[in-house]
Write a protein that binds this ligand. Structure first.
Ligand code: GLU
Length: 557
């Protein structure tokens, strides 16, 4: 039945595992004449589904090419059409104070999606005009993080390389009489501003302002002079009244040695959005008040502003996002680095084995909604699970190991499938025991806590035991039988284990802390970066092999 095979292959490839109901649905949609024969074709579907589920991915990819598929219309949620989407130019404009975190991922991914959707251009603009908030390492980290995310920028612009452009345009505004150099003591200026009154500097003529502007580059010290834009002293919002465009910072800049005059954000953003040819600006709604400020600059120069799209705040619960707090924590040793598992940086997320595609899907769900929204960890993890489940081999790991000694077991070897859905992947060896008085096993502390004297328990992939004694730190059990059916009939609990004398020391780093334990011997075969599933525990990524232990990072359940 070629039609069944066709859809089973595609289903397996799309979802990691073919599902008989999904395949049936596709088959009936393509061959409606089979509708009356569901009872007949279902066993065939089951057989073919089992067969394709046992095939390696490479084979599926090869076989699927024999067929032609009608693409289902792609469900695009969350991304409304742009207004006037001609020759679209967008930008992602982070401050280089550290690497990117999940909050940045939204801006980066949505801009990237729009650029792709309209075959436009995406500019990466590094906004580094506040020298006190520049981390010299961040430039490289941002590029690496974007590459990992799969965000393609077509041009990189670094604002500190454009200082002359801001200087020139500030001077132009002064020459046009729209800006002035204010040397008032800031307290005095704010007092006048509250009273909607002009400060004495506002009344200076253009030559005087130009002279003072020159002095900003040599004579005045930090805090002594700023260039202010003449807005409207009657505006309701005091922060809009004659807001500053340029200031002096004597903090050394890692990329602009010898410079001391810097634009403030609203000025550099406006100049660049104009000269970089931005058609659409997609950013967080905390920037809404800036539109009004920036509009003054556009109007004075006679420029047209881009279209703006503002989205709400993305709250990422449970993980720390603030770059400045993180930096401090790294310096004081509270965090191990930018990739500490407790952080929401993309580096930490990557270390935990979370795939960039899962982040993209989660961000597409969030979209450009105006209302504030929580990032759904549940969805992000579900997307990630779909991506990694198929390739993640299974292993036993017992956390907080507790001893259980079993008497009366015959000598035997233990094996289990590397992946229950893909038998072709083969077996792993869980070790062997000799027939002797007692054999030591380890159980995880949570399983150990739950066992009771007299309980009938199944050691997975091994045998059934009865607990004959339980103390605080160890238990004794006696061998009953090997039959899984017996355990099922008795509704025995199934627990995983490791052998007392053949295991690997394991450390799992998770956002909640460090978990230590023992893993089965075949874990020695896996490689750094491999993502596996610890049965009944969750997915983990191998990060490091040290002299005496394997260090994993926890992904999710
Ligand atoms: N660099 C600014 C920020 O990260 C972005 C400015 C803007 O989007 O207009 O907040």
């Amino acid at each position: 039945m070629e039609v069944i095979r066709k859809h089973a292959l595609k289903n397996a490839l799309d979802f990691g595992k073919a599902d008989k109901k999904a395949v049936l649905g596709r088959v009936l949609a393509e061959s409606p004449e089979l509708r009356g024969k569901v009872g007949k074709i279902l066993p065939i579907i089951e057989e073919i589904v089992a067969e394709v589920n046992a095939m390696p991915k490479e084979q599926l990819e090869k076989d699927v090419k024999q067929f032609e598929y009608v693409e289902k219309k792609e469900k695009r949620i969350g991304l409304p059409e742009l207004e006037n989407p001609e020759n679209v130019v967008l930008r992602f404009a982070p401050n280089p104070s550290g690497p990117l975190h999940l909050g940045h991922a939204r801006a980066a991914i949505l801009n990237d999606e729009y650029a792709k959707k309209y075959k436009g251009k995406l500019i990466l603009r590094i906004e580094d005009t506040d020298p006190s908030r520049v981390d010299p390492e961040a430039y490289k980290m941002i590029e690496e993080d974007l590459e990992w995310l799969g965000v393609v920028s077509h041009e990189i612009i670094i604002q500190s390389e454009r200082l002359e452009i801001y200087y020139e345009h500030a001077e132009k505004l002064i020459e046009l009489g729209y800006a002035y150099v204010c040397t008032c003591e800031s307290g005095a200026f704010y007092k006048l501003r509250i009273d909607k009154e002009a400060c004495p500097c506002r009344r200076n003529d253009i030559p005087k302002n130009l002279e003072k502007y020159k002095k900003m580059f040599s004579d005045y010290k930090e805090g002594e002079a700023v260039v202010r834009l003449k807005t409207d002293l009657e505006i309701n919002d005091p922060s809009m009244r004659d807001f500053p465009l340029m200031r002096i910072s004597e903090h050394p800049h890692p990329r602009a040695a010898g410079k001391r005059v810097y634009p403030l954000m609203n000025f550099s953003v406006t100049i660049d959005d104009h000269f970089n040819g931005l058609t659409h600006v997609l950013r967080g709604k905390d920037h809404i008040p800036n539109i009004r400020k920036q509009r003054f600059i556009y109007d004075y120069f006679g420029w047209t502003p881009p279209e703006y799209i503002h989205y709400g705040r993305l709250k990422v619960e449970e993980l720390a996002l603030s770059t400045s707090a993180t930096k401090e924590g790294i310096e004081t040793g509270e965090y191990t680095g930018w990739d500490d598992a407790r952080l929401g940086t993309l580096r930490a997320i990557a270390k935990r084995g979370i795939q960039p595609k899962a982040i993209r899907r989660a961000m597409m769900d969030v979209g450009t909604k105006r209302s504030d929204i929580n990032l759904s960890w549940k969805n992000l993890y579900a997307y990630n699970r779909e991506l990694i489940e198929r390739d993640a081999n299974r292993y036993f790991f017992v956390d907080g190991p507790k001893e259980i000694s079993v008497t009366g077991a015959p000598g035997m070897e233990f094996h289990a499938l590397l992946h229950p859905d893909f038998k072709d992947k083969g077996n792993r060896s869980l070790g062997k025991i000799k027939e002797k008085e007692t054999v030591k096993f380890y159980l995880s502390s949570s399983d150990f806590e739950n066992i009771k004297k007299g309980e009938f328990l199944r050691l997975m992939e091994a045998f059934n035991v009865e607990i004959v004694d339980k103390k605080e730190t160890c238990a004794e059990a006696k061998f009953i039988s090997r039959e899984l059916e017996e355990a099922r009939a008795k509704k025995a609990r199934l627990v995983h284990w490791t052998l007392g004398d053949n295991n690997v020391k394991i450390k799992v780093v998770s956002p909640e802390g460090i978990i230590n334990g023992y893993g089965e011997p075949d874990l020695k075969n896996i490689k750094v970066d491999e993502i596996i599933q610890f049965e009944r525990f969750g997915f983990v990524r191998l990060d490091e092999i040290t002299d005496d232990e394997l260090v994993f990072y926890f992904s999710h359940k």
